[in-house]
Design a binder for this molecule. Sequence first.
Ligand code: HH2
Length: 272
Amino acid sequence: MIAIEERFPRPSVMGVVNVTPDSFSDGGVHLDPAVAIAAARRMHADGAALVDIGGESTRPGSDGVTVDEELRRVVPVLEGLAGEVPVSIDTAKAEVARRALALGAEVVNDVTALRADPALAEVVAGAGAYLCLMHMQGEPRTMQQEPRYDDVASEVTAFLEERLAFAVAQGIPEERICLDPGIGFGKTPEHNFELVRRLDVLLALGRPVVIGFSRKSSLGRAVGDPDAKTGPLSASIAAAVSAYERGASILRVHDVREHVEALAVARALAGT
Ligand code: HH2
């Protein structure tokens, strides 16, 4: 079995392709399957180790979509990419994951960390897929209303430790699992920055860490717009490089080429 840290060595860039009308970062841009396929191919050519395909927005305030609608969005894209580009499927639904894995996806990226669909763990285990478990406080519709923690790094880590044990108990080997503190999912900008600053707390669990700071509103706020809904590329790169230097393995980003270049320099500076 190839461990996830060997399959996607540090640093690996995960390109984001949201096949949705309403994602906060690229909503509507990739709704046409041909456009989404071309974007994913370009990201791979630009150095993405894998491309994360999602058919449901989880932006603050969003409602879910049905299984049929999610399948309608992602299946043509997965069919178009089959075998050509390494793919992760951003879904919390067992049926969507099952179809995606049958069409060649390697990773299931579940922002609910196996809490939403009781059938998902078995699908991942049965397919021998990789899995990303992400932390979220609350649910997308309400998560940004009043996020609260006593100690955000310890609480997020305790949650992910419990979800990791759950996944392993469901038959998913630990070597196939990576963890994500869920930047922006029920967190203030201060919480998000503290999670990266204190990444060592999460890394102590011994699993590769994914960070998705790209374009998120905390970055726009940090550069001076208190009402920002997104963040600029420059700030996204700073956050990704900083997360990498603190030990993150996989950086989930929208602007692949710029992040691949920045991380190549950060890696050379680190001497690895
Ligand atoms: N962020 C988003 C979606 N999925 N998955 C992981 N593992 N980590 C993240 O930080 C993460 C994620 C939200 O960003 P985006 O996909 O750009 O927007 P939307 O949820 O509106 O589609």
